[in-house]
Design a protein around this ligand. Structure first.
Ligand SMILES: Nc1ncnc2c1ncn2[C@@H]1O[C@H](COP(=O)(O)OP(=O)(O)OP(=O)(O)O)[C@@H](O)[C@H]1O
Ligand SMILES: [Mg+2]
Length: 458
């Protein structure tokens, strides 16, 4: 291989220990380039040199300079992170940067990329190569580094590739069911196929059938023209049936027909319309339990859960708590323009120990509030105090729970520590738990709409 002797490969790094990159480059087995390491955070994108940015921190000056480059022309640049620093990949991809490699996992891909890049310099100084699978980044908004999360994401990627397999996503409120459903769809569909998101409980029962399956002109007063239903609109893509556990048995029977026969009939229609789509359904309720109680059809259950993806609650996700915290801190400090340089140790301990009943949604909101309240760029435990009050009340409550009659929600609240807003939230959560996660019943009991309930849970 005859390489241009003058090609310089720069490694810009925020870490003195950059051996993982330099050692990997030794495997290139070609000596046509000069390797230089720069510990400076100033770089030039104008030169024809090849730049490798090796990033290990999410708030380094080097990263900030990369983010602040105005017209991002990173054609001659490659970004390297460590396997466990997936959050950096997300930060970079948000900036539109895609040629990112995680070492050691991507070692082979990285070497091929560099090799071709150097070869490319000989022929044409502007890159013709794009080796990184863009679709890998579809899942990049789903953060998680714990083994459970990685296994779940890998399974989701795998099943998304198999043609229209129905998928059931289970998990408590706020665990990311909606996010996962959309990622599965985007990963499997390259050409803008439709994704129709139906929150089953948000549509009144008497309208649900016509919304889902459509109607023919004249089938009832007011049906002035033919109207396709959501299933038809989703044809060729995905229909996401959220909160499936709350569907009435009547609608379940109609759904079964579509799932089994892949045809539907509009209300008042005379012909069957074939549909070819993937059904992703989700619920925070215990479907198996509902099947046992004859509240959910077992035949439908078995057809919908060809593959089940169970998202564990945040409190069981170990490393993910800190990883997600870091992600939300970075995100909100950027959005709100309030830099955070330090997180108190006590706070980290609390975050790991807290039970997170509202899961990732609760963590995200708590971090946002704390970033807003922060002083001197430090995130402190005291900004999470409203959760702390809630927690002490929860543990006190569970100690006393033996004496609570079944139709009663008991609140034991320290009056000098808990504000009204927290009490509202706490009551709503307790009631939701009492009603086995059934959001429609909860909002009915509270006399509020579903969106208001969701707001209160946030
Ligand atoms: N792994 C994750 N990484 C980053 N953000 C996440 C992750 N999981 C969830 N979130 C965020 O948490 C919030 C709640 O997620 P989502 O609405 O998907 O939860 P859900 O399980 O559908 O909740 P519900 O049962 O209440 O509908 C969203 O803002 C989402 O972006
Ligand atoms: Mg949801």
């Amino acid at each position: 291989m005859q390489l241009n002797k003058k090609t310089i490969v720069w490694i810009y790094t925020d870490d003195k220990d950059h051996q993982i990159v330099s050692y990997t480059l030794e495997n290139l087995n070609c000596d046509g380039y000069i390797l230089k390491v720069a510990h400076s955070y100033n770089f030039s994108l104008e030169s024809k040199d090849l730049n490798i940015f090796y990033l290990t921190k999410s708030n380094s000056d080097l990263l900030n300079n990369i983010i602040n480059v105005e017209r991002k022309n990173f054609n001659n640049s490659v970004f390297v992170i460590n396997d466990y620093n997936a959050h950096l990949a997300i930060q970079l991809s948000k900036e539109g940067i895609t040629n990112i490699f995680a070492l050691p996992h991507d070692k082979k891909k990285f070497l091929t990329y560099i090799k071709n890049k150097l070869e490319d310099y000989r022929i044409n100084p502007v890159s013709r190569f794009s080796f990184v699978d863009q679709r890998e980044y579809v899942f990049s908004s789903i953060m998680g580094s714990s083994p459970t999360s990685i296994a779940m994401i890998n399974l989701a990627k795998k099943v998304s590739k198999s043609d229209s397999t129905n998928i059931l996503i289970l998990g408590e409120t706020g665990t990311g069911k909606g996010l996962l459903a959309k990622a599965i769809h985007d990963y499997a569909n390259e050409n803008d196929e439709p994704f129709v998101d139906v929150i089953c409980t948000a549509i009144p029962e008497n309208l649900l059938e016509s919304e889902l399956f459509g109607y023919s002109k004249g089938s009832f007063t007011g049906a002035k023209a033919d109207k396709p239903g959501l299933f038809e609109l989703a044809n060729g893509g995905t229909i996401f049936l959220d909160e499936i556990g709350d569907l009435s048995l009547e609608i379940q029977a109609k759904l079964l027909r579509v799932v089994e026969k892949k045809v539907l009939r509009r209300i008042g229609g005379v012909k069957d319309i074939p549909v070819n789509l993937r059904i992703i359904s989700a619920t925070n309720r215990n479907l198996e339990e509902l099947v046992k109680k004859n509240l959910f059809r077992s035949d439908l259950f078995y057809r919908l859960n060809i593959i089940t993806l169970k998202i564990p609650p945040l409190r069981e996700r170990g490393d993910d708590i800190l990883h997600l915290t870091e992600h939300f801190v970075t995100d909100y400090s950027k959005k709100l323009n309030i830099p955070i340089h330090k997180i108190e140790k006590d706070l980290l301990l609390f975050l790991i120990k807290y039970s997170w009943p509202g899961n990732i949604r609760e963590l995200r909101n708590a971090v946002e509030r704390a970033v807003v309240m922060s002083e001197n760029n430090i995130l402190k435990l005291k900004y999470f105090e409203s959760l702390l009050n809630l927690e002490s009340t929860i543990s006190m409550n569970s100690a006393l729970s033996d004496f609570v009659p079944s139709d009663t929600v008991r609140l034991d609240i320290k009056y000098d520590e808990t504000d009204l807003r927290s009490i509202n939230k706490f009551y709503v959560r307790k009631l939701l738990a009492k009603l086995e996660g059934n959001k429609s019943r909860t909002s009915k009991v509270l006399g509020i709409t579903r969106p208001t309930l969701d707001k209160l849970l946030n």
